[in-house]
Design a protein around this ligand. Structure first.
Ligand code: 13P
Length: 257
């Protein structure tokens, strides 16, 4: 079966509850039902917006999933300021981003923590969107494939094939995030193919072929078509453009072609 594209909006730290409700409603209004047959769509708002956004989509009976941007792996207890997997599960999150480069670089999230989060999410039947990607200096140094594939291997440590089959990987080169400098379609394809190869080495061809591998980094309505035309690019993790309903809808439409 061909892989379905997954378009996920990462709202990052944007939108109060009233703003999030308006944004979710505008996104819902623009989603044509036949696109949603062909493309999986999710939005990942800040924690406090998850429930209100989910309610908008439920009320509209529109098949847009919600996901969290982060989570803590311990089940409960004295972890001030953290949010558990049971909490996001209870809201109805189908996805959770882990290891976003902003979390790795600004908040010191390590490969080991990414692995703990991903494994705990799978146990709770929430799909982790595991983010990997190199900095500009690593790209310029030419070792980006080694760097990214090492991140992928670390994220999968201790997972069996059945676990791995329930993950999504997002290749997000740090130099392309929020910069307006998108990777070319060939650059995205090269790294997404390398990621699929590693998944194949770890878990076999069938898991590799079934794994959704997204590209993220300045994807927008104008460049989505070309990026998504590449065989190993199975959708996008969208930052800035996911806050603009018309642009987000255009990306979903491109993913459904
Ligand atoms: P931009 O689309 O704003 O570059 O952000 C990409 C991203 O970080 C998605 O997680």
């Amino acid at each position: 079966m061909p892989r379905k594209n997954l378009i996920a909006g990462n709202w990052k730290m944007n939108s109060t509850i009233p703003e999030a409700v308006v944004l979710a409603q505008e996104i819902s209004n623009r989603m044509e039902r036949d696109w949603l047959e062909l493309v999986d769509v999710a939005v990942c708002p800040p924690f406090v917006d998850l429930k209100p956004v989910k309610s908008v989509f439920e009320f509209d009976r529109v098949d847009i999933a919600v996901g969290a941007q982060n989570v803590y792996w311990e089940p409960k207890g004295a972890f001030t300021g953290e949010i558990s997997i049971a909490m996001i599960k209870n809201i109805g999150c189908a996805f959770c981003i882990v290891g976003h480069s902003e979390r790795r670089n600004l908040f010191g999230e390590t490969n080991e923590e990414v692995n703990l989060k991903a494994r705990a999410l799978i146990e709770a039947d929430i799909t982790p969107i595991i983010c990997v990607g190199e900095s500009l200096s690593v790209r310029d140094g030419g070792t980006y494939l080694d760097f990214v594939t090492a991140q992928v291997r670390a994220a999968y440590a201790g997972m069996d094939a059945a676990d791995a089959a329930r993950t999504v990987v997002a290749y997000e080169p740090v130099w392309a995030i929020g910069t307006g400098r998108t990777a070319t379609a060939d650059q995205a394809q090269e790294v997404c193919a390398a990621i699929r190869k590693v998944v194949g080495e770890l878990y076999g061809e069938a898991v590799a072929e079934a794994t959704t591998i997204q590209y993220g980094g300045s994807m927008n309505a104008a460049n989505a078509d070309e990026l998504l035309s590449k065989p190993d690019v199975d959708g996008g993790l969208i930052g800035g453009a996911s806050l603009k309903p018309a642009d987000f809808a255009a990306i979903v439409a491109a993913a459904g072609k």
